[in-house]
Write a protein that binds this ligand. Sequence first.
Ligand code: ADP
Length: 302
Amino acid sequence: TLTILGSINADHLIQVSHFPQPGETLSGRNYQVVYGGKGANQAVAAARLGAKVNFIACVGNDDIGREMKKSFAQEGMNTAAISEVTQARTGIAMIQVADSGENSIVISAGANAYLNADRVQSFAHIIEQSDALLMQLETPLDGVLCAAKLAKQAGKQVVLNPAPAQPLPDELLGQLTMITPNETEAEILTGVKVVDYQSAVQSAQVFHQKGVEMVLITLGAKGVFVSHQNQQEIVQGFVVQATDTTAAGDTFNGALMTALLEGKSLNQAIHFAQAAAAISVTRLGAQTSIPTRQETLDFLAQ
Ligand code: ADP
């Protein structure tokens, strides 16, 4: 089984002709509430792609939180470790998408801020009994560190998708089997601007020096840079018509772990994960864009 620890957000999406100025009132179009949050997106991706998933997360004591928890159970995950906290509402993101394609986002962490070390500790048994742990950075760092230590001590794989990027303590990096930043996140964490193969090698070296075994830097449409045991290469992705890249990285991470836990080699797992991520960029929204296992296998068979 795969344990995913992370955030749950209700994304309030609205399309606007332009971003409103201070004091301006604007009519938007196509308002919708889409399920998002990096933790939830990665958990949904892994579940749709065939992994047995335990999801550790927090929602508020409200209708949308309960609805999301129910929908995650319908996706086939174990939702026993999704806590309903009374101190805050379910996390949200208010997203304006302008006709230019740019977006402007305000987040309220809400219940996600309560996934701290104490709460994570109460789910130690789940982490220790799983084969691997996958996390991101939309929930408190002390909870992420606590989970990483529990998994590492139990001899399990610990994988961090360091998004959104923030400087990380060496103690956390030292627990990681694998890290999966995009180019921007790699730069923030290592100080090396990733623009080509050589700079990717240098950036990965910084992670390796801090004890991370495997470094995968995702390069958007350019694919994935892999650095592992003194071997470095760029694995090309798939060429598709991009509609909305929201959740591409999340789909990649969930799919990658699904394939690795099935015993696929790292390169095979990257191939599978890039196929799933490529499908997701052809569709709108976060969890609305994540493909199933069959859709991904059909895409690969084309
Ligand atoms: P993030 O969404 O975290 O910023 P990336 O943009 O690097 O991450 O995307 C993650 C993966 O999704 C890439 O490595 C690639 O496999 C796939 N991907 C992203 N954008 C595209 C695209 N325009 N065309 C094809 N594949 C894409």
